[in-house]
Design a protein around this ligand. Structure first.
Ligand code: TXA
Ligand code: MG
Length: 350
């Protein structure tokens, strides 16, 4: 049976027409997946409740988890949000278009389904020409979570989107692999001090340099039921392959030793093991499947391949994925570890 999901590929001669068709779909209340500089988003008209409902349905996303609204020019901000502080404007001027989402007080025009019933809204101007052009041609802000099945690793290629959502959404704009590979930094601007709710390429230190003060408001784990989540997304399991994941952190030699021992023990039980490692570790530890995130001191390279790698290993016939925790944690490395820790069923400190 032919899929009902249209795919338009950047570089193909019908892409221009595809982009206009995708904008028509958004205007008519449909769903379109599109590339951003971070990960692929699944978009719908942010101001149409019925359209936004379709996003939740396609992803299987919990209704109280709000969506980020994507805009293409700064004027759209004042249509959607109010009480925008001088600090918020400074951050927009410094980092937009770019991988930064600002949580602001929402205006009534934003439907409850978009905000997950909160009185705030997350806004971001993506730094990707296809995304910006789609928003412009749709002539409306576009609500878009990552375009994956809820809970699974975020999509960094159109193939990932197709794998998760084929037949469940109206169209996919294929703009190739995303640049950054990790979702945007989310900063709550409604608290007295800007508070980072999700780490990303733009670090807390970058925010502090811009506005003077910043607080960390996230934990590198899924919150327990009785903990208060400042961002509803913190309550839900994320980035998880179906295969069990163990993350090992500690000194390099100790991590290598622990990894080797676990592989040995699994093999004794007749189990197959995949390892998710740095190039350096790949030279020392052997397993049935190996996926390298690149050099230990290149966390930006790891960011680009983390979700691809988790999906790759999850497709293999293995019983366990062991994640090598020796990657450097500087800069975007902190965000990579946030995702790795959340993906892990178990974290072992050696
Ligand atoms: O890079 C990105 O941000 C990608 C691309 C597509 O733009 N989008 C993305 O969306 O990662 P999503 O829905 O997968 O993650 C949005 C996160 C969730 O953890 C959500 O709870 C939080 O942002 N969020 C959204 N609106 C919020 C609000 N008003 N208050 C607190 N947290 C909010
Ligand atoms: Mg997501």
């Amino acid at each position: 049976m032919k899929s009902r999901t249209l795919v338009f590929k950047s570089g193909d001669k019908d892409f221009e027409a595809g982009l206009s068709r995708a904008a028509d779909i958004i205007r008519e209340g449909g769903t379109v997946a599109f590339p951003t500089e971070t990960v692929y988003g699944l978009g719908a008209d942010a101001l149409k409740a019925d359209a936004v409902h379709k996003i939740f349905k396609a992803k299987g996303r919990p209704a109280d988890n709000p969506l980020i609204v994507h805009i293409a020019n700064a004027d759209q901000c004042s249509e959607l949000a109010e009480a925008i502080s001088a600090d918020a404007i400074k951050l927009m001027e410094t980092f937009w278009p770019g991988p930064l989402t600002l949580i602001l007080k929402a205006k009534d025009i934003v439907p409850d389904v978009t905000t997950g019933g909160l009185n705030t809204v997350g806004l971001r101007m993506p730094d990707n020409p296809v995304a910006l052009e789609l928003i412009r041609r749709s002539d409306t802000p576009i609500a878009a979570p990552s375009a994956n099945t809820s809970g699974s690793p975020s999509p960094t290629t159109a193939d990932h989107v197709f794998h998760d959502l084929d037949g469940k959404i109206d169209a996919i704009l294929d703009g190739g692999a995303t640049d950054i590979g990790l979702e945007s930094t989310v900063v709550d601007m409604t608290s007295d001090i800007p508070t980072v709710l999700r780490p990303g390429q733009i670090t807390a230190e970058d925010i502090r340099k811009c506005v003077g003060d910043v607080r960390i408001g996230y934990a590198d784990r899924t919150l327990e039921e009785d903990e208060i989540a400042r961002s509803p997304g913190m309550k839900y399991t994320h980035y998880s392959p179906k295969t069990k994941v163990i993350l090992i952190e500690g000194q390099i030699k100790d991590v290598h030793k622990a990894m080797t021992e676990i592989v040995y023990d699994c093999h004794k039980e007749g189990e197959r093991v995949g390892i998710f490692v740095t190039d350096e570790t790949a030279k020392v530890v052997n397993a049935d499947e190996t996926y390298s995130l690149g050099k230990r001191n290149m966390p930006s390279q790891a960011a680009r391949s983390i979700f691809m790698g988790l999906r790759h290993l999850d497709d293999k016939e293995i019983d366990l994925i062991i994640v090598d925790g020796t990657l450097e944690k500087e800069g975007i490395g902190a965000a990579v570890f946030n995702r790795l820790r959340k993906a892990a069923d178990r974290i072992i400190n050696v």
